[in-house]
Design a binder for this molecule. Structure first.
Ligand SMILES: Nc1ncnc2c1ncn2[C@@H]1O[C@H](COP(=O)(O)OP(=O)(O)OP(=O)(O)O)[C@@H](O)[C@H]1O
Length: 282
């Protein structure tokens, strides 16, 4: 279970990108975070694995606080968090299989990693995932020979081979054409269901979020202004999320509407983490 409490991020420039965002994600939920450009969607997703350091609040994964972990413990904790990136973050000159297996780097010794010596069960798992993402038979192709959609499938297989407790995706469809975007959303839905792992994505295309996600989180100017099932996302709620309109009066009694930040945030200093240190991005 992922739990953020009063999560906040103020960048060194003074931009307050997130304020008091409290969210719980559990089970095999497929959750989509939407909001206008600059609302803080990427910042939220990246604060969970501390690719961006939060400056207030807490992030717990299965009860373990992540914001206070030292570098070694953070590296271990990140094995439990799969991450899919907008621009794939693959190693272009390596093969599909090598990229997928890089998702297991956090589990093997440095020596084995250097020699790319992965246990047979990891290789078997990687083949199984290539099959799942529709890249069966493409294991020896270099990534720079693949289309965008195929690359994103490699990125997803690499994240899932980690056997994460949660899968995060930072705008996974924004570099893809509409049809490929739908394929990727379907794949993420299947993964949430079949692998019993919650998926949290941030996404610009509201229609895709509504079509595939179980639950929508709406951010406006760094604040969570909607949290509810996709079927409850009305024109009014979109006005609140995208134009900062006032929530309707019924919001006070409706659990899908959030009344605004809670007062108990605690300030904490931090700096951005070098993304190169994340094993999945190597
Ligand atoms: N590295 C940074 N340094 C300073 N400010 C930043 C940094 N990254 C993001 N911001 C600011 O934080 C706010 C939230 O940005 P973020 O990228 O999280 O929003 P977003 O909702 O993901 O936007 P988009 O949909 O355009 O990607 C914006 O005001 C942005 O300018």
């Amino acid at each position: 279970m992922l739990e953020t409490k009063n999560l906040g991020k103020t960048y060194p420039t003074g931009d307050e990108a997130l304020r008091d965002v409290s969210v719980t994600i559990d089970g095999r939920e497929f959750v989509a975070m939407i909001g206008p450009s600059g609302a803080g969607k990427s910042t939220f997703v990246r604060c969970i694995n501390r690719l961006t350091e939060p400056t207030a609040g807490s992030v717990r994964l299965d009860g373990k606080e992540l914001t206070s972990l030292n570098e070694d413990d953070l590296r271990d904790a990140r094995r439990n968090i799969g991450m899919v990136f907008q621009e794939y973050n693959l190693v272009e000159r390596l093969t599909v299989m090598e990229n997928v297996l890089s998702g297991r780097l956090g589990y093997v010794s440095n020596w084995a990693a250097l020699r790319r010596n992965f246990p047979p069960e990891d290789v078997e798992r990687a083949y199984e995932l290539l099959d799942l993402v529709g890249l069966d038979g493409m294991e020896d192709k270099r990534v720079d020979e693949l289309s965008g959609g195929q690359r994103q499938r490699v990125g997803i297989a690499r994240a899932v081979v980690q056997e994460p407790k949660i899968l995060l995706a930072d705008e996974p469809t924004s570099s893809l054409d509409p049809e490929t975007s739908r394929d990727v959303m379907e794949l993420l839905t299947d993964i949430a269901e079949d692998r019993d792992v919650p998926v949290l994505i941030n996404i610009h295309e509201v229609d895709l979020a509504e079509a595939y996600a179980d639950r929508i989180l709406g951010l406006h100017a760094g604040e969570l202004v909607f949290d509810g099932p996709a079927c409850d996302l009305t024109g009014e709620s979109k006005g609140v999320i995208y134009r900062g309109e006032e929530a309707p009066e019924s919001a006070a009694t409706d659990p899908d509407w959030l009344s605004g930040p809670d007062e108990e945030s605690s300030a904490r200093n931090g700096s951005d983490v070098d993304p190169d240190r994340l094993p999945a991005e190597d």
